[in-house]
Design a protein around this ligand. Structure first.
Ligand code: ADP
Length: 570
């Protein structure tokens, strides 16, 4: 069959492929046909090396080779050619690609800049001789260049596509995490040519639904986006809609360590994610979505093709993960802003709608109280009038706290500085709180004069709040001691009670907004919003001071305030 006169035609055909990088497949077809023509071969095929595997990428053979890929380490003559870099002549029956006992086989490694990137193989009935391998070597060189060109073109195209995608991600509507992650999954799946993409987020990265705030935080990722849509081909149990981090596994480890996970073929890998294996996925790439302290989630792409994702795909997905992280954070900020606006509106309504009627109730209570006194009403009726006033006062305090919260959140809580005697303020506050209780003995150990420059009204508010708490949280009565000392450039103020005290784990948190120890036990005498200490701390902060608490539970609590006597800047 070999007609030496036809040799240039074969080569011409093979070389034509080199210039036509757009059409890699026909070019390779030409190469294989040339190999058959030059060597009188019956079939020929081209294998690409991928790590320790050989993948069949083109063949001119009848029947089709039974295998598409093998491990180099246990491959036949092709594998030996790829790992030794030498041309091999052998029996085709030793080949996993063309196991025909009646054929001979010649395999030549394809080299590119010193490394072996594949193998070109020809088979025919009669044994090959070493001199015949010359043509196969020439064709192998051509194949190497053609393979590289095709790879370059693919990379170039992918890079362009990835660039466009990275830009397009920014335009996805992102306020709602659900639709955002769904859209993300679709885009990634398409651009990476994957068979499946999952976007998983940690619970802490999810927007809190109302009522969810107090749920114990579970260590799991939840799927918010997936592509393609529809039902899974695996059973629901093996689906990836939740990823239990405590259960371990490759994906959980990738999330926990914050490092990508890439496997070129998981068919035989029992440690790989079972859910994806069950769906027939062969290659997997997972990349954590970065977060502040720990990742916010995981992007997982998978393909039925082995070796579908290379290092470049991994860097692209990392880039996407960083964009996703940024967008999620923006979304969180936007949600927080929307929530604050809604709360502001609520607070405005509550405080305005409530303040007037409660003030009216208080006024009527006072009128009633006076009438009771003048009219000599029975003691029981007089107590009712007193109770109305007391409760109205408590409600007014709470309304004021809500108004303060609104001012704080809107950045409108201003500090108005003036010079005044803090000692006098303390003594007066202690006196007026003493007037509300008979069970408690309030004392004030403060210097005769203690001049500071601060916001008088606000500091009075802080002191009153601390004294009221001291009374409120020592229901059995007892001493409440207020002391103040000048200490270099600041005043150290201490208010100590002998009440129920505060558990260690609550000491820091009592200054949080709306925090109340044992919240929910809204019993009489403990009426409050959990805002007093939060507002007190904000006020003290704005004066450049410090507030903290100490306590031995069961024996009382001591609150400390450190306040600079002057403000460096107003
Ligand atoms: P509230 O309106 O509930 O009093 P605060 O912000 O003033 O809100 O206080 C927050 C929580 O701190 C209270 O609910 C209470 O559990 C605790 N607390 C405050 N002061 C004392 C105290 N002197 N002794 C014990 N617990 C206190």
């Amino acid at each position: 069959m070999t007609d030496l006169l036809d040799v240039p035609a074969y080569l011409e055909h093979a070389l034509a492929g080199l210039t036509d990088v757009e059409h890699f497949e026909p070019a390779v077809g030409g190469l294989l046909a040339a190999a058959q023509g030059l060597l009188g071969a019956e079939s020929s095929y081209l294998l690409r090396r991928d790590g320790v595997h050989l993948l069949l990428i083109a063949s001119e053979a009848l029947p089709e080779p039974p295998a598409r890929e093998v491990l180099i380490i246990d491959a036949g003559p092709e594998g030996r050619a790829a790992s030794s870099g030498m041309a091999i002549i052998d029996r085709a029956s030793a080949s996993p690609f063309a196991p025909r006992p009646d054929l001979a086989l010649a395999a030549v490694p394809i080299r590119l800049r010193g490394s072996i990137v594949g193998v070109l193989v020809a088979t025919r009935p009669g044994l090959f001789v070493p001199s015949e391998l010359r043509w196969l070597r020439i064709l192998a060189q051509i194949a190497g260049v053609a393979m590289e060109n095709a790879q370059l073109l693919r990379n170039e195209r992918r890079r362009a596509r990835y660039g466009e995608t990275a830009a397009a991600l920014g335009t996805i509507e992102r306020v709602d995490a659900g639709p955002f992650c769904q859209r993300m999954a679709e885009v990634i799946n398409e651009v990476m040519g994957a068979d499946r993409t999952d976007v998983l987020l940690h619970r802490s990265a999810l927007p809190l639904e109302s009522g969810q705030a107090n749920l114990p935080e579970r260590a799991e990722l939840m799927r918010l986006g997936r592509a393609p849509g529809g039902r899974d081909d695996a059973s629901g149990r093996q689906d990836l809609d939740r990823l239990d981090l405590a259960a371990g596994g490759a994906l959980a480890a990738s999330y926990a360590l914050g490092v990508p996970y890439r496997r070129r073929d998981v068919a035989q890998n029992s440690k790989a994610p079972e859910a994806l294996r069950a769906m027939g996925m062969r290659s997997i790439l997972a990349v954590p979505i970065p977060g502040d302290e720990r990742p916010q989630g995981l992007l997982v792409v998978a393909s039925r093709r082995p070796g579908a994702f290379n290092a470049e795909d991994a860097s692209f997905l990392r880039l996407v993960a960083e964009r996703v992280a940024l967008l999620l954070r923006h979304a969180q900020v936007e949600r927080e802003r929307a929530r604050t606006a809604a709360r502001q509106e609520f607070l405005t309504i509550v405080s305005h709608e409530l303040k007037t009627p409660v003030t009216v109730i208080k006024a009527y209570g006072e009128v009633l109280g006076r009438r009771a006194e003048i009219g000599g009403w029975p003691g029981q009726d007089r107590r009712i009038a007193d109770r109305i006033q007391e409760q109205a006062d408590k409600m007014l305090v709470m309304i004021e706290q809500l108004l303060d919260l609104r001012r704080l959140e809107a950045g409108m809580l201003t500090i108005e500085l003036s010079r005044f005697d803090l000692g006098a303020v303390l003594r007066r506050a202690v006196e007026s709180i003493q007037a509300t209780t008979e069970n408690h003995q309030l004392t004030a150990d403060v210097p005769e004069e203690l001049v500071v420059r601060a916001d008088r009204r606000r500091i009075e508010e802080v002191v009153t709040n601390l004294l009221e708490n001291a009374v409120k949280y020592s229901p059995g009565g007892g001493p409440i001691e207020t002391t103040a000392r000048l200490d270099a450039d600041h005043v150290h103020l201490v208010i100590a009670d002998a009440g129920i005290g505060i558990a260690i784990e609550d000491l820091e948190r009592i200054f949080d907004r709306f925090y109340q120890v044992g919240a929910g036990t809204f019993s009489e005498g403990h009426l409050g919003l959990g805002l007093g200490l939060y507002i007190a701390q904000e006020i003290v902060d704005r004066h450049g001071g410090r507030i903290w608490a100490e306590s031995t539970p069961g024996q009382g609590a001591t609150f400390h305030v450190e306040l600079p006597i002057d403000q460096p800047h107003d």
